[in-house]
Design a protein around this ligand. Structure first.
Ligand SMILES: Cc1ncc(C[n+]2csc(CCOP(=O)(O)OP(=O)(O)O)c2C)c(N)n1
Length: 320
């Protein structure tokens, strides 16, 4: 669906609202971060919102997602509770993990959010295990596993893709390809940097989206999920995207000299929030901005008012 010909203003508004909520939520993190209220490192998705929203908007409430440490966008897009999320970042007991997990390990099982991990690629086999359970239960639910391009370099990723393809698991693999693993671009890590070409050899259907267009992502995901639900076979999607901020932390890092500045500018010019704002117009956009702002203010207030965990909590919910 091209932006110019889109008749579906309801969809446009919905996608815009969600992407804006993610952007403003993370901008709020940037605003408060240096006051030390946020108790964990943060990996921001600013610039990458279209992937999380374009994909998750197609998921049902009872579908599942697994995430990486760069999980704020997918957590919000899957319906994670904003108050509990902010409290978790603040290390407070009202957080979705009681304040013990922080930004890199957000989980909310009631919303189908299986969780995230700081260790690259480790949530991918967990997602496949969950998909195997759904298959054994003959459920029509689907698991979506989000990860970065760097995660496709881990052995456990290849093992999981093979297992999922062989056993025809109901799982959508979504590679958020920002072309960077910390400071290392894809071309410096692979002789063949076409990820889909690699993945096809496992006998799994692939889909590559290079435009960054949130409508194209939305449409392609819709089709992929239908196929997965009907056919119980996994699909791998590679979605090009771009992170504006540094790998970890809240700063710009353009001076660090590892980015192709033409590519940076291309993605800035292609910003999906700006594009959709133009379609919706100033009045509608201002109204949504106001609503988003009040949701975030409420989340901050909730986090501020929530107490830190009690000392007795130190040894609960841990394995050793
Ligand atoms: C198993 C493991 N190896 C290395 C690291 C260090 N590390 C943290 S993030 C990262 C880059 C991952 O890049 P990618 O998967 O593309 O995700 P992105 O950060 O771009 O979202 C690496 C190597 C880690 N956390 N875990």
């Amino acid at each position: 669906m091209s932006l110019a010909t889109s008749q579906n203003m309801e969809l446009t508004e919905n996608l815009f609202k969600q992407m804006l909520l993610i952007r403003r939520f993370e901008e709020k993190i940037c605003e408060v971060y240096n006051t030390d209220v946020v108790k964990s490192p943060v990996h921001l998705s600013i610039g990458q919102e279209a992937v999380a929203v374009g994909v998750c908007d197609n998921l049902r409430g009872d579908d599942f997602v697994s995430n990486t440490y760069r999980c704020h966008a997918t957590h919000i897009a899957k319906g994670g509770d904003l108050n509990k999320m902010m409290a978790e970042l603040y290390g407070k007991s009202g957080g979705c993990a009681g304040g013990k997990a922080g930004s890199m390990h957000l989980a909310e099982f009631e919303k189908g959010i299986l969780g995230a991990s700081a260790v690259v690629a480790t949530t991918i086999p967990v997602a496949a295990g969950w998909a195997l359970t759904l298959k054994m239960q003959e459920s029509k639910q689907v698991v979506t596993s989000f990860f970065g391009d760097g995660a496709t370099e881990e052995g456990v990723f290849s093992e999981t893709i093979n297992f999922a393809a062989l056993h025809k698991l109901p799982i959508l693999f979504v590679c958020e390809n920002n072309r960077l693993a910390i400071h290392n671009p894809l071309e410096r890590r692979w002789a063949n940097s076409d990820i889909c070409e690699r993945i096809k050899t496992y006998g799994i259907e692939t889909c590559k989206i290079e435009s960054g267009d949130v409508f194209e992502i939305h449409q392609a995901t819709n089709e992929a999920l239908q196929k997965i639900r009907e056919g119980n076979a996994p699909i791998f999607m590679e979605i090009a995207t771009y992170r504006y901020k540094q790998h970890v932390g809240i700063a710009e890092d353009l001076h660090e000299d590892y980015r192709d500045m033409a590519e940076y500018q291309k993605w800035k010019d292609n910003d999906q929030i700006d594009k959709l704002a133009k379609i919706l117009g100033d009045e509608k956009t201002a109204q949504i901005e106001k609503d988003v702002k009040s949701q975030i203010e409420e989340a901050v207030k909730f986090a501020e008012n929530s107490p830190f965990p009690e000392d007795e909590e130190l040894l609960t919910h841990v394995y050793a």
